[in-house]
Design a protein. Structure first.
Length: 422
């Protein structure tokens, strides 16, 4: 029987207990539903609000977009299983029993994996760049080519990062053409103490262009820092049996950039490295030391959970086991393998498609892939599935690219699509 009075907030909140949300959130949902007043059935409205709240919590999703590094879905997928409820030796040296540093373990492995003397790990590449500039050029001038004053998604803008670090930006050359003699002039005439080369990760300038190679910058008298961003460790991809995939094109890699003469490289952990969100600074030991002893290093240090996930990834690189790195495993699946999986789900839905690296890397690159192609737009019902499935809609067809779907989730996608279609 429906009461003619609004139910009490507490009573209404209690009736939503089965949504699994904690009571204070259910009280918010109940209050909101009651305050809207005009709703016919407060009970139904409150349940709706609670379900919306529940779906806004962090949860596993199935990425069927074919975008390997999808920023909305946390870029690279990582395994974060650890011994739950146990302590770790995060800052403990087990040999001596003394206090150690969290920067003694994974960074050493990373340095080995990319041929650097030393490395440190911070929260993301934006903080890596900021720390390098603060440690090496605070109050001093930094040279950057006008063609590399980039903005990366999410508000990372090189001129603003330089300002925040306390360094001063000296713009070098022009938007489309910058030569090494422009940098040389900036060093002698404008007291530039460090040159920063920034990878144009998410766009390309074509036509009448000229840019300065790292090896040319290395000839000048000041340190060269290369923000390569994408985190490819080694252009030869020794962790892949079949070598570097063609779509990597000329993506700069940490090892080769250091070999070409960069004193430091900075890159993200969750792009082509395929790890958790971190930023890595690798290169000359004295410069890395200057970074790690700067006060900002403490503010930007990553937590043990992240270092644990990163360590697993880096060990896989050192083991040359690309298959153990989810990003590389998915990125290198063959069209034949994907075709076979799609056939099992529904031969009528099998269709060719293209995956992309995503994450603001390799703009324009398409990786041939196979997916399920179903006429009609079922993106909403897939998104509201449990677990949520995120797909693409092209020309009013729903496309679930299987490259980015974990094979264990094929059945989930199959069932959700069947249900949506029927
Ligand atoms: C992506 C990128 C960044 C920012 O990296 P985050 O890890 O997202 O902070 C910085 N520089 C370059 C060149 C990039 O490609």
């Amino acid at each position: 029987m429906v009461s003619k009075y609004p139910p009490s907030v507490d009573q209404l909140a209690r009736s939503l207990k089965d949504t699994g949300l904690p009571h204070p959130l259910l009280v918010d949902a109940a209050r909101l539903a009651i305050s809207e007043g005009d709703s016919e059935d407060v009970q139904v409205r409150a349940r709706n609000i609670a379900e919306l709240m529940a779906s806004s919590l962090l949860t596993d999703v199935v990425n069927a977009t074919g975008v390997l590094l999808h920023t909305n879905m946390g870029r690279a997928p990582v395994d974060v299983t650890i011994n739950s409820g146990r302590y770790t030796n995060l800052e403990l040296d087990l040999i001596t029993g003394n206090r150690g540093s969290r920067q003694d373990r994974v960074p050493l492995l990373l340095a080995k994996a990319c041929g650097a003397e030393a490395a440190i790990v911070v929260n993301n590449c934006a903080s890596a760049v900021m720390l390098v500039l603060a440690a090496l050029a605070e109050g001093e001038s930094v040279g950057v080519s006008r063609g590399e004053l980039v903005e990366i998604g999410g508000g990372f803008r090189i001129p603003e990062v330089i300002t925040q670090s306390g360094a001063k930006l000296v713009e070098v050359g022009t938007t489309n053409r910058t030569r090494v003699k422009d940098f040389a002039k900036a060093v002698t005439k404008r007291n530039v103490v460090l040159n920063l080369s920034v990878h144009q990760s998410n766009y390309r300038i074509e036509g009448f262009t000229e840019s300065v190679k790292i090896s040319e910058l290395a000839e000048l008298d000041v340190p060269v820092v290369a923000d390569i961003g994408s985190g490819l460790l080694d252009a030869a991809c020794p962790w892949l049996e079949s070598g570097p995939p063609a779509w990597l094109r000329n993506e700069p890699a940490a090892r080769q950039t250091l070999e070409a003469g960069a004193d430091l490289v900075t890159f993200s952990g969750d792009k082509l490295l395929g790890g958790p969100q971190v930023g890595i600074i690798a290169g000359k030991a004295d410069l890395v030391k200057a970074c790690s002893s700067h006060p900002l290093a403490r503010a930007l240090r990553p937590g043990g959970l992240v270092l644990n996930a990163l360590e697993k990834i880096v060990l896989s690189y050192l083991n040359r086991d690309g298959n153990a790195i989810p990003f590389w495993r998915m990125a290198t699946l063959t069209v034949e393998e994907l075709h076979a999986r799609a056939e099992v789900i529904n031969p009528l839905w099998v269709g060719d498609t293209f995956s992309t690296p995503g994450g603001g890397t390799l703009p324009g690159v398409e990786i041939p892939s196979v997916g399920l192609v179903v006429p009609g737009d079922y993106s909403e019902s897939l998104r509201l599935n449990d677990p949520p499935i995120i797909c693409r809609v092209v020309d009013n067809s729903t496309i679930c690219d299987l490259r980015t779907v974990h094979p264990d989730d094929d059945e989930v996608v199959a069932a959700a699509l069947e249900a949506a279609v029927s």
